[in-house]
Design a protein around this ligand. Structure first.
Ligand code: UT7
Length: 333
């Protein structure tokens, strides 16, 4: 019997505090009009202080485990993606394991930013195909609101990012019915590492964390938005086309595409490049902003709970972000 990895349960967790563009106008030199026009975002969620990515991941994970109809003790491995871990170390995988009260299973942390969920899913897929694990919890969560630069220097990013978490349970299934993850394609180009990054604190320097880093505002995330944008609109469709070609499929076979919710204009350009009608591309950035690694599992949970995916549908996931990294996954639902 050949084995495929099937997503059997999904979950999401958005903090209750809604921050509208009007709220941001009081903190940042910006306007509701600019944010809507340039990004499509209307509101995002922010945590209250004391809530970490691991906390957001845990609730999403509980929902995914319930939806899969398994016992939490059946989970035999965790893969966790975030760019905003609770601590510099350890990663959030171990915190999720402990908070869920899971046995001493392994937990792997993935650091691939906006592409983190697809990279994490690819790890789960490989372990399941190899027969190493049978039921893997994949979580992705971000708390970004606590480290945004509200000065003019950081306003491009401050208005885009939001907090949230998503999770899926991935299980080993007989491939006979054709369901499951068909392939994952992962890419990066590290020459662009400093185009979207958080430079400090950095153990490369002694001391790792200095007052100078803070006064120079180098402890905030920074990006060259235009360069990110131009690359994202090329790389995400390319990654989907690579996945389709690999599986002998075409864009007309796609039931739904979930692009990483980076900017609604990016999602619309991905839609155009793939020549898809509007109803086949998932867009929820209006409500949550850019939640980095969490954006795809959050959107996936929404479409699953809305009944927008039926058995046999072909689903593509694609992401682009810091690294630069980009990726796709093709899934027969
Ligand atoms: O998940 C992956 C991570 N990031 C992304 O995917 C982001 C990709 N990039 C983008 O989404 C867009 O580049 C932005 C939304 C960040 C910016 O949109 P843009 O159309 O590329 O604008 P721009 O960077 O060309 O900036 C236009 C102007 C600038 O003013 P000047 O120089 O033309 O006078 C900015 O200073 O808009 C100004 N600006 C703002 N104005 C009001 C930048 N941020 C803001 C702001 N409010 N928040």
């Amino acid at each position: 019997m050949s084995v495929r990895a099937v997503i059997t349960g999904t979950g999401r967790n958005l903090p209750p505090r809604v921050v509208t563009n009007a709220d941001l106008e009081k903190l940042v030199n910006t306007s509701d009009e600019w944010i809507r026009e340039r990004s499509g975002i209307v509101e995002r969620r922010w945590v209250e202080t004391g809530t970490g990515s691991s906390d957001l991941a845990v609730e999403a994970a509980r929902q995914a485990i319930d939806a899969a109809g398994i016992r939490k003790d059946d989970i035999d491995f965790i893969v966790a993606a975030t760019l905003s871990p609770d601590y510099y170390f350890p990663g959030i995988g171990v915190l999720v394991q402990s908070e869920l009260g899971l046995p001493n299973i392994g937990a792997l942390d993935v650091r691939n930013q906006c592409s983190g969920f697809i990279y994490a899913l690819s790890v789960a897929d490989q372990y399941i195909r190899a027969g190493t694990y049978k039921k893997i919890l994949v979580v992705a969560a971000e708390v970004q609101s606590t480290n945004l630069d509200f000065t003019d220097q950081g306003r491009d990013m401050a208005v885009l990012f939001g907090d949230g978490g998503g999770a899926v349970v991935v299980e080993a299934h007989d491939s006979a019915d054709g369901r499951g993850i068909l392939s994952t394609h992962l890419f990066c180009d590290g020459r662009f590492a400093s185009e979207l990054w958080m430079e400090h604190p950095s153990p490369k320097y002694n001391p790792t964390f200095s007052m100078e880093m803070i006064t120079e505002r180098k402890t905030f995330p920074r990006m060259d938005g235009r360069r990110v944008f131009i690359n994202a609109v090329e790389r995400m469709p390319e990654a989907v086309l690579a996945a389709l070609a690999h599986n002998g499929l075409e864009t007309k076979d796609l039931s739904l595409v979930i692009p990483h919710q980076a900017n609604d204009r990016i999602s619309l350009m991905v839609m155009k490049k793939l020549q898809l009608p509007e109803e086949r591309i998932v867009r929820n950035i209006q409500r949550y902003g850019n939640t980095t690694a969490a954006s795809i599992p959050i959107a996936l949970d929404e479409v699953v709970r809305e009944g927008r995916l039926k058995n046999g549908d072909l689903l593509a996931l694609t992401a682009f972000g810091s690294g630069f990294t980009w990726a796709s996954a093709l899934i027969r639902w």
